[in-house]
Design a protein around this ligand. Structure first.
Ligand code: NDP
Length: 325
């Protein structure tokens, strides 16, 4: 059985994305084969394609998808043939029609959630879950600064924060994107291409600063993010869309008010089967209750993966992006 798959043989631009036919294979112990219906596109796919996050080559790309189980290896008990499922997982390889993979991070997808939503939400939604519930204590009334608030992770975060009674100050790259973040629950949104977000955060918080910053933009926002925190505040740096954060002097954390800093990744949090299933169930419950709507801003055919990467890198996307199979 052949299987259309997107691979890179060298790191580089979107022209390195090649569609090849590979055998689908049979699942071994603890594995399943999934017939994909849709795959999710994530900014991490760009870091992997450019080599910022190094991989051994050649490498199939893509970190999440949704589909139907079509074969199950020995020892798999939580899913069976015919089940609707979705997943986010390492190593990459989800941009394809069919995939054999370890079952541990594969989650049963509730009937209320479409394959397209499932593919769009697993990686970004479980990221929001761990940012708000597993990284630093957050309580009703706390204020969070969240960069790139109109993106895939961003629009889920805006809605999640609102549902938890957390004040979210978003940033985004245009007035239209800011409006989208506000429409999805951000309390304020700053266009950080036309305004100094650090000054604006001071103004919005009466000079106090925020309790927590969630910064996935990296190089261009890092310093301003630290300066936006209250004393004892928590900096969560979890991405580098503008480039990696350069080395910095830890003493700055003391000078700026005994700040804390962490650099988490989803794959630590979903590394254990039970944690992964529990985080997914929490995410599904938020979506089914209507607290969080999954916004699929763009949809591309798997064959058009190059155009999808170009749009994401050029900041032309909002919400989540999927590739249909
Ligand atoms: P997004 O849809 O948010 O796309 C990235 C956004 O970053 C852009 O739309 C853009 O929004 C903003 N951005 C700011 N500066 C730049 C720049 N120079 N070049 C390109 N984009 C820029 O992507 P995702 O939702 O997939 O991911 C959001 C971030 O979260 C990424 O950095 C990703 O790596 C990170 N992430 C980290 C995880 C972890 O566990 N550590 C897990 C999941 C995601 P705007 O125009 O509004 O500025």
């Amino acid at each position: 059985m052949m299987n259309k798959t997107v691979v890179i043989k060298e790191f580089g631009g979107s022209d390195q994305l090649k569609i090849v036919d590979m055998p689908a294979g049979e699942p071994g112990d603890g594995q399943v084969r999934i017939a994909h219906k849709a795959c999710g596109l994530n900014y991490i796919d760009v870091y992997q394609r450019t080599g910022l996050y190094p991989l051994s080559l050649p490498q199939a790309l893509g970190m999440e998808a949704a589909g139907v189980i079509e074969a199950v290896g020995a020892g798999v008990t939580h899913v069976k043939v015919g089940d609707r499922v979705a997943y986010a997982s390492m190593p990459p390889g989800s941009y394809c029609e069919r995939r054999v993979m370890p079952a541990a991070q594969v989650c049963p997808l509730p009937d209320e959630i479409s394959f397209e939503q499932g593919a769009a939400m697993m990686l970004q939604g479980m990221t929001v879950q761990y940012l708000f519930h597993r990284t630093t204590p957050l309580s009703k009334g706390d204020t969070v600064l969240f960069h790139a608030a109109a993106g895939g992770v961003g629009l889920i975060a805006c809605q999640w924060a609102k549902s938890e009674g957390i004040t979210l100050i978003g940033t985004a790259g245009s007035d239209e994107k800011c409006q989208l973040a506000l429409d999805h629950g951000a309390t304020h949104c700053i266009n950080y291409t036309t305004e100094n977000f650090e000054e604006k955060v001071k103004e919005l918080t009466g000079g106090a600063g925020v309790d927590v910053v969630m910064d996935s933009v990296g190089e261009s926002t890092f310093e301003g993010s630290l300066n936006s925190l209250k004393p004892l505040g928590m900096m969560i740096t979890f991405g580098n869309a503008s480039g990696p954060v350069p080395p910095f002097n830890l003493a700055q954390l003391g000078a700026k008010g005994s700040l804390k800093i962490t650099r988490p990744t989803l794959f630590t949090h979903i590394g254990k089967h039970e944690d992964c299933q529990e985080m997914a169930r929490h995410l599904f419950s938020k979506v089914i209750s209507g607290d969080v709507k999954i916004v699929i801003g763009q949809e591309f055919a798997l064959d058009d993966v190059t155009a999808a990467h170009d749009a994401l890198e050029a900041r032309r996307t909002t919400g989540s992006t999927i590739l249909t199979v």
